[in-house]
Design a protein around this ligand. Sequence first.
Ligand code: ATR
Length: 293
Amino acid sequence: MKITGETQVVGVFGDPVAHSLSPLMHGAAFEKLGLNWVYVPFHVKPQHLGSAVEGIKAMGLRGVNVTVPHKVHVMQYLDEIDPEAQLIGAVNTIVNRDGYLVGYNTDGAGFVRSLNEEGQADPAGKNILLLGAGGAALAIGAALARAGAKRVSIANRTVQKAAAMAQAISDFVDSEPFDSEALPLDQDDPQFQQAAEQADIVVQCTSVGMYPHHDVPPIVSPDLFRPHALVADIVYVPRETSMIRAARARGCSVLTGEGMLAYQGAIALELWTGMPAPAAEMLSTLRRHLTPV
Ligand code: ATR
């Protein structure tokens, strides 16, 4: 690509940032769309976060992604926070609307789009089981509830965290009929077994199975799930986690984690440009560059 006087700039703020695949993914998308835009990695240290955000306005960046460790702290510097990002308590995308900065979190919507487009599944009216109650689980649970899920059951090692999350998601959707519940993440627990047996969609939202600690059994046995359930894992290195392999062996349909990564980027790009993102291009670029394990 050629940088000209009219090139529009977006990017990512992170510390570290050199490992980020987003510049390649968004670069491929801009090329496909024929847009004179560039996506730049910005290595922003925590002590400079406030001035870096000021810099978005000062230098007319169209927006940025925000990654570790800035997703929470960046919120204080923004003019407005989207309600879903407010609920999650973290921002991964900033849009510069003529000097007015709005923070979004596209992770949950990214998961739902991956579920729709790659998994060919609609969460509306479905029973969902989330394994884990961290930030990723909250983003996914809120987005699934907003997409019309009938029930979101949250199973976590620390049940109190699942209970707080179940309540937060219920308050967020505030629509009938919607149900949420908290469970122990324990395959010997009858309540967990019942939720596992009833789930149409199961999402593994913990870091268990992530490289380099990938040589572990699935966090719970997929033998507890319906053979026709859809099982998703948010871990994307390795592409095929032990959960994905075991769920496939059970006969379940499976959804690997890199789709969520590609689609959260696609939604960010749509917020910045107002154009439909070439999501297939973004996903294939990501797949080409992810570390094979
Ligand atoms: P993230 O923001 O990426 O979701 P997080 O907030 O640290 O990360 O949450 C990690 C999730 O993985 C939590 O649900 C955590 O369970 P606890 O709340 O009980 O800590 C879960 N988790 C991590 N390691 C786990 C393990 N070995 N067994 C079970 N759950 C685990």
